[in-house]
Design a protein around this ligand. Structure first.
Ligand code: F6R
Length: 616
């Protein structure tokens, strides 16, 4: 989806800085890009449909002057087709005010009619062009850019993250946000704004995060923040622990591959500093904000999320039931609004989101809060909306996830949920300290075991299975118990990056319908590692093979009984059943990656998908 980068310094040229920031946001998916700079003779704008490389070519052929002040944007079309004329930045009809905008102005059509009545002309179909003309209208009346932006925002309804500059106000950028992320970065070299922190990590790691309704005036030496009523406010900067290298490919051909391979480190980053070995317990940071007494108060849990995070949620429910003996339910966040309004009472809602900006999940969070309930957010992005608005928070510390298909963030979520289950289990005294210690040790012991999955033998097994799977049109992923959500996640990974149709099912459901699909061209991917579900999974695999279906099995290394029932085996190390999802998902991620590679798909930016889905 759309990305914003802007920069302001006292001297030098910020154009290369904003272009490289824009490139960091390429993963979000976009169809055009543009930049505007302030010059002594006014504003200049360059916009190009397609990749940022097209914009760079345009800058070379149609030179852009050096400037201390620039705003840039990658656009993902909402109003108006992808085209140069619809790309951002947009200017008002005199070319004096320029705007980049993420989000949607819902009443843009009425505003356009109103502005036409006041003599404004439009060249694009975008809501943003209406918005910038509205700012220009107010600027002419009020003479102050911040006041003009605020006046325009009062007339506009919808979601926005904006950066605005005006030829009449050199040395100033005005930014504002409502339901669309916007951060301000500060350093001794300048002041910056972006829709996402990774876009500015090459310039600063100190950020001021805007809340809904707030605006700010940026100068080269800092920023003045204003609340929704327009009163000046102060807020300390927050330091981001992500590094610029984490947001780069680091020699890998794709972010997705890099992120799959980072998972052993994610385990360490998400978990190990939180171990409280002497008590067999977990120490979350202060933002968790729930002590033992409060944790004992809750008698049921509700998990909500979307997509991959929803699969974590299902597993979280299972882990919490097992280790903390707390009953729970899992809901697709987009459906919660339609659920009957029952008493929240002593329920705790856990909302899981990598980005912390998923509109459906945020809406569900606010609805729980409106109904009087409390929300614990599990999130990867410090300062995101979920991180700021949830009543309680666990950050997953995975580092920035750039590949659109979520991998390491899923792994970090499962790790955090396992820790949460121990924490609540200990608080409720259903886990003794010795049991807590054992569970922590199991997690610690997992790290070296994960290395096997990145060894030669495992990689080769994945490649052989991928050679076969790349030739099929459709397939089924089966798992039971804790590996049913892994079947769902394996199927989602395959379909989103290779476009092969795949469905995940509880294996027990196969005979109730999907078995009709099985023939020699319809394979099944079965997750059949040791545990309570092992024998039943073997029976299901036999049933598939009896109908000539091919079986790709995720199985423990050296399990010959299972290998006899499979055409391909993806070997995994043996681990406690509760941790098997963290291991079993990895070869399935690798399999999807290898299949998509064979099919020549755009792995990091699959068609039609966006990294964070900020509309419902
Ligand atoms: C799939 C994927 C999506 C996201 C979903 C929720 O690989 O990435 O299904 O999991 O859009 O996103 P977050 O976790 O940011 O709320």
């Amino acid at each position: 989806m759309c990305g914003i980068v802007a920069a302001l310094t006292a001297s030098g040229n910020v154009v290369p800085d904003v272009i490289s920031g824009l490139k960091t946001l390429e993963y979000r998916g976009y169809d055009s890009a543009g930049i505007s700079v302030m010059t002594d003779s006014g504003l200049q704008v360059r916009r190009k449909m397609g990749k940022i490389a097209n914009l760079e070519a345009e800058l070379l052929s149609n030179g852009l002057p050096n400037s201390v002040q620039a705003v840039a944007h990658t656009r993902w079309a909402t109003h108006g087709v992808p085209a140069d004329r619809n790309a951002h930045p947009h200017t008002d009809d005199t070319g004096e005010v320029v705007l980049v905008h993420n989000g949607i102005i819902e009443n843009y059509a009425e505003l356009r009619t109103w502005l036409r009545g006041h003599g404004h002309h439009f060249q694009s179909e975008t809501d943003t062009e209406v918005f910038v003309n509205l700012i220009a209208y107010h600027l002419r009346k009020l003479g102050d850019l911040h006041a003009a932006v605020r006046a325009a925002l009062e007339q506009a309804h919808g979601a926005y993250g904006i950066v605005c500059m005006a030829a009449t106000h050199p040395g100033i950028l005005v930014v504002a946000r409502m339901d669309s992320p916007l951060v301000v970065g500060v350093s001794e070299n300048g002041t910056y704004a972006a829709s996402d922190m990774p876009a500015l990590l090459h310039l600063t790691r100190d950020f001021v995060i805007l809340e809904n309704g707030e605006s700010a005036v940026l100068t080269a030496s800092g920023c003045q923040l204003y609340d929704a009523k327009g009163s000046a406010i102060e807020r300390p900067t927050q330091r981001c622990d992500w590094t610029p290298e984490q947001a780069e490919k680091g020699g890998y051909p794709h972010f997705m591959l890099k992120e799959i391979e980072e998972q052993p480190d994610v385990l360490a980053r998400t978990a190990f500093d939180r171990f409280h070995d002497s008590n067999g317990d977990v120490d979350f940071e202060p933002e968790f904000g729930l002590d033992d007494a409060e944790l004992r108060y809750f008698s049921r849990l509700r998990f909500m999320a979307m997509g991959t995070s929803l699969h974590s949620a299902i597993l979280g429910q299972q882990m919490l039931a097992k280790l903390a003996r707390l009953p729970g339910e899992t809901l697709n966040a987009s459906e919660f609004l339609y659920s009957p309004e029952l008493e929240e009472g002593d329920a705790l809602t856990v909302i899981i989101s990598q980005s912390g900006e998923t509109a459906d999940s945020l809406r569900a969070m606010r609805e729980v809060q409106r109904r009087g309930g409390r929300v614990l957010g599990i999130c990867n992005v410090m300062g995101s909306t979920l991180a700021r608005e949830a009543d309680h928070l666990i950050l997953t510390h995975c580092g920035p996830e750039v590949g659109v298909a979520s991998t390491k963030a899923f792994f970090g979520q499962l790790t955090a949920l396992y820790l949460l289950a121990i924490r609540i289990g200990r608080a409720r005294r259903v886990l003794a300290p010795s049991q807590g210690r054992e569970l922590l040790n199991d997690l610690r012991a997992l790290r070296p075991k994960l290395d096997v999955l990145f060894g030669k033998e495992s990689r080769e097994a994945v490649r052989v299975a991928a050679d076969y799977l790349a030739g099929v049109k459709s397939c089924l992923f089966l798992g039971r118990g804790m590996n049913f959500p892994i079947a769902l996640e394996g199927a989602l990974k395959l379909k989103e990056i290779s476009y092969i149709h795949a469905e995940g099912y509880p294996a027990g459901e196969m005979k109730h319908g999907p078995i009709a699909l099985i023939d020699e061209n319809f394979p099944v991917i079965a997750i059949a590692t040791p545990g309570r579900t092992y024998d039943k999974m073997i029976s299901n695999m036999e049933e598939v093979r009896a109908r000539k279906g091919k079986v790709i099995a995720v199985a423990v290394n050296g399990d010959s009984k299972l290998a006899a029932q499979a055409d391909f085996v993806l070997p995994v190390p043996e681990v406690p059943e509760l941790l098997s999802p963290l291991v079993n998902i990895i070869p399935l991620q690798q399999l999807s990656y290898e299949v998509a590679l064979r099919l020549g798909c755009d792995i990091d930016q699959p068609r039609n998908l966006a990294k964070s889905v900020t509309v419902e």
